[in-house]
Ligand binder design. Structure first.
Ligand code: AMP
Ligand code: ZN
Length: 112
């Protein structure tokens, strides 16, 4: 499958890996928008949040749990932001779902 993040999971494209288990893979974003900016992705290819099915609910929960654990390990005790961009108007550019985790700077609301 011609998917950038599937290739990262398979090691065909290099990444700065933070964590991996049987369900998820986490790595630093190549274009960080905060001092800490990493992505948590499922090993299963799911194109967008709209494509999540009932059987995927556990892995999406595990993505959030992983985000929380890694954010703390990377020093985001003061807080952090998690974001799923979905489809074009949501600002999604890579069509393999990914949870952005940003921290170590003050976040503002609303986002741009
Ligand atoms: P989104 O706009 O939500 O689809 O986010 C895609 C994210 O993937 C962006 O923040 C990119 O900087 C990041 N990204 C794209 N290619 C790579 C790569 N090879 N390694 C790490 N992060 C990447
Ligand atoms: Zn994929």
């Amino acid at each position: 499958m011609d998917c950038l993040f599937c290739k990262i999971i398979d090691g065909k494209i290099p990444s700065k890996k933070i964590y991996e288990d049987d369900q998820v893979f986490a790595f630093h974003d190549i274009n960080p928008q905060a001092p800490v900016h990493f992505l948590v992705i499922p090993k299963k290819h799911i194109a967008t949040l709209d494509d999540v099915t009932e059987e995927d609910r556990a892995v999406v929960g595990h993505m959030l749990y992983t985000a929380q654990k890694l954010a703390k390990e990377l020093g985001c005790e003061a807080g952090y932001r998690t974001v799923f961009n979905c489809n074009e108007q949501g600002g999604q550019t890579v069509y393999h779902i990914h949870l952005h985790v940003l921290g170590k700077r003050q976040m503002t609301w609303p986002p741009g």
